[in-house]
Design a protein around this ligand. Structure first.
Ligand SMILES: *Cc1c(COP(=O)(O)O)cnc(C)c1O
Length: 433
């Protein structure tokens, strides 16, 4: 006997009756691509199954955390074991030490670490610590970089290049927004001009070292190195938000790859193996400003949660095996090349960027370097691409300018199937251009 299944449309209608917009994070509503969001029952490896029994190859991977794919047996076993020992202590456990040591082994710049529950909390608190340490007020961020939804980061550039920021969402006081300066990513001259004017007031510059929230945009040669130099000279802290890039590359993060040492680093996503987690850390003298050692306050009922720690430890343990990154790197690079080749064969303009197993896809003939350039790519064609891919059983991000994630569970056969579908859809799109 089989109970009648609910459809995705029925779930979405029911969800909208009780959850705002039917979702708990806006992009999940598929507003920018159209169509009915899928409601999922389960995932295994690279695949997801929705309530109607449709199966999709997943390139969202929970927006990055699932570098080992869905329900990796070692991660599931670790979480089950931890849950059996109680899901929360509200007190210290050895699991926190173990995960912190694993994180620091790859991120030696994080001399002291604090675990929190999300990337948002990590960046929000890193900024508070930076302000507490420097005694300064202003933050500098770059347009197109996402650092979670704390007030200080939901800020848009003012009308002039050097003006203070404006709220990018209702609910954020202008006084708060005016403490953040928003500059174009990859524009080091704008940073220099900003520091001429405001150097003494800037507590921190926060940057995604590879911008992973406007597609995937690489830093221009020298951009991050110059940021390091300028902030060091003026006594501002440099904060690397490696929530996406952390553990996506064998070295650990972009900072190791470029031999740069930021003052503070924010992590999330992968280090929680799919459970809610975030972390920030950095130089001892800075981190010791934080309570209980110092006066800067931060706390969390579920911070360092044993289930999240266990999932993170299991995930990083698999990543410590040398073959893991070797396989991932080979597959992701083949997939990136395959996407570019598919588009070329279809005479469709596409450029693909890649950092380890995270990819960016732009409908354009050159890689963009700033948010303005990203906006000038043919993102308008993305909804049609997305819909056709979903129809063919390949789930890409439901928004034009999001990264794509490849996990260890995406084997060559799976990737080739997706490439074949993409080539067919690129051909159809090319006809409409
Ligand atoms: C996802 C993300 C965040 C926010 O993390 P949440 O866990 O969603 O709060 C912050 N910074 C970057 C770079 C991210 O990609």
């Amino acid at each position: 006997m089989e109970r009648k299944r609910k459809t995705n449309a029925e779930c979405f209608a029911a969800a909208r009756e009780v959850l705002v917009g039917g979702v708990n994070s806006p992009v999940r509503a598929w507003k920018s691509v159209g169509g009915t969001p899928r409601f999922f029952l389960r995932g295994a490896g690279a695949m997801l199954e929705d309530v109607e029994g449709n199966v999709y190859t997943d390139y969202v991977c929970s927006w990055g955390p699932l570098i080992l794919g869905h329900a990796h047996p070692e991660v599931v076993a670790a979480v089950v074991r931890a849950a059996a020992d109680s899901p929360s202590f509200g007190a210290p456990s050895p699991l926190e030490i173990e995960l912190a040591l694993k994180v620091r082994a790859r991120f030696p710049s994080m001399e002291l670490i604090r675990f929190v529950n999300s990337g948002t909390e990590a960046t929000m608190t890193a900024l508070r610590v930076a302000r507490g340490f420097t005694g300064r007020k202003l933050a500098v961020k770059f347009s197109g970089c996402y650092h979670g939804h704390a007030d200080a980061f939901l800020v848009a550039a003012g009308s002039g290049a050097l003006t203070l920021g404006c709220p990018d969402s209702p609910g954020i006081p202008e006084d708060v927004a005016s403490c953040t300066i928003v500059l174009p990513y990859n524009d080091i001259d704008a940073v220099k001009r900003c520091f001429v004017e405001h150097a003494k007031d800037i507590a921190a510059v926060i940057v995604e070292p590879w911008a992973g929230n406007m597609g995937l945009v690489p830093p221009r040669e020298g951009f991050l190195e110059s940021l390091r130099e300028i902030t060091a000279t003026s006594g501002s802290l440099l904060v690397f938000d490696e929530v996406i890039t952390g553990f996506r590359v064998p070295e650990g993060g972009v900072q190791q790859r470029l031999s740069l040492v930021p003052d503070l680093t924010c992590l999330g996503k992968i280090i929680g193996g799919g459970l809610p987690v975030g972390a920030f850390g950095g130089r001892r003298e800075i981190m010791e400003k934080l309570a209980p050692v110092g006066p800067v306050y931060q706390a969390g009922t579920l911070a360092g949660n044993p289930l999240a720690m266990a999932a993170g430890i299991a995930t990083l343990s698999v990543l410590e095996r040398p073959e893991t990154y070797r396989v991932l790197e080979a597959r992701a690079s083949r997939f990136a090349a395959g996407l570019a080749d598919a588009a070329k064969a279809a005479h469709f303009p596409l450029v693909v960027t890649r950092l380890g197993s995270v990819l960016g896809m732009f409908f354009a003939s050159a890689v963009p370097a700033t948010l303005d350039e990203v906006k000038r790519t043919r993102g308008d064609l993305y909804p049609a691409f997305f819909a056709a891919m979903v129809e063919a059983g390949h789930l890409f991000a439901p928004s034009a300018f999001e990264a794509l994630f490849v996990s260890t569970a995406h084997d060559e056969a799976i990737l080739d199937e997706t490439l074949a579908a993409a080539e067919r859809i690129f051909r159809e799109l090319a006809k409409k251009m």
